[in-house]
Design a protein. Structure first.
Length: 167
């Protein structure tokens, strides 16, 4: 007997106008994990980094560690007591024609007894790539995710949130 679909689309959106953030709200608690996929275009080069915020919490309870590479060199960065989660972006170069791609895997998002961990991958064409791990030091179930950048997200940016069904 074939198994059912593992990934279920919870919500998807393509921007019809420029905006500074996009929020997934009323996320159901019926899945084991979430997968967030972002294809970000921006109106300014300064807006290449992609961030996430859970349940409107912008207090200093996020930590992240990542490795960044640009084809010539590699760096490692660690931040604690941050006010946001990090989906990727360290250099520059995104525009309205060169999208930054980010995928975040948020594990045990509905669990109310543990902090939340998210693994992320990020790529910006021929500019850079990142691999990241995030920690949100909260036991609250995640029911909203706000995605934003350091600039303005442009028309055509896409955001999709998937739920991963229990095995």
């Amino acid at each position: 007997m074939a198994a059912g679909s593992t990934y279920t689309t919870i919500a998807t959106n393509t921007l019809a106008s420029n905006t500074v953030s996009y929020t997934f709200s009323s996320i159901p608690s019926t899945y084991t994990d979430l997968v967030l996929v972002v294809s970000n275009l921006t109106t300014t080069v300064a807006g290449q980094s992609i961030y996430m915020e859970f349940n409107g919490d912008n207090s200093a309870v996020y930590s992240e560690t990542w490795i960044n590479g640009d084809g010539t060199s590699a760096t490692s960065v660690r931040r604690t007591a941050d006010t946001k989660g990090f989906l990727g972006g360290y250099g520059a170069g995104t525009s309205t024609t060169n999208p930054a791609m980010a995928i975040g895997h948020i594990m045990n998002y509905a669990n109310t007894t543990t902090n939340k961990t998210a693994l992320a991958r990020y790529s910006l064409g021929n500019v850079e790539t990142n691999t990241l791990v995030n920690l949100w030091r909260s036991n609250a179930a995640i029911n909203a995710i706000r995605v934003y950048t350091g600039g303005t997200m442009a028309i055509g940016s896409t955001f999709t949130l998937y739920g991963i069904a229990a095995a």
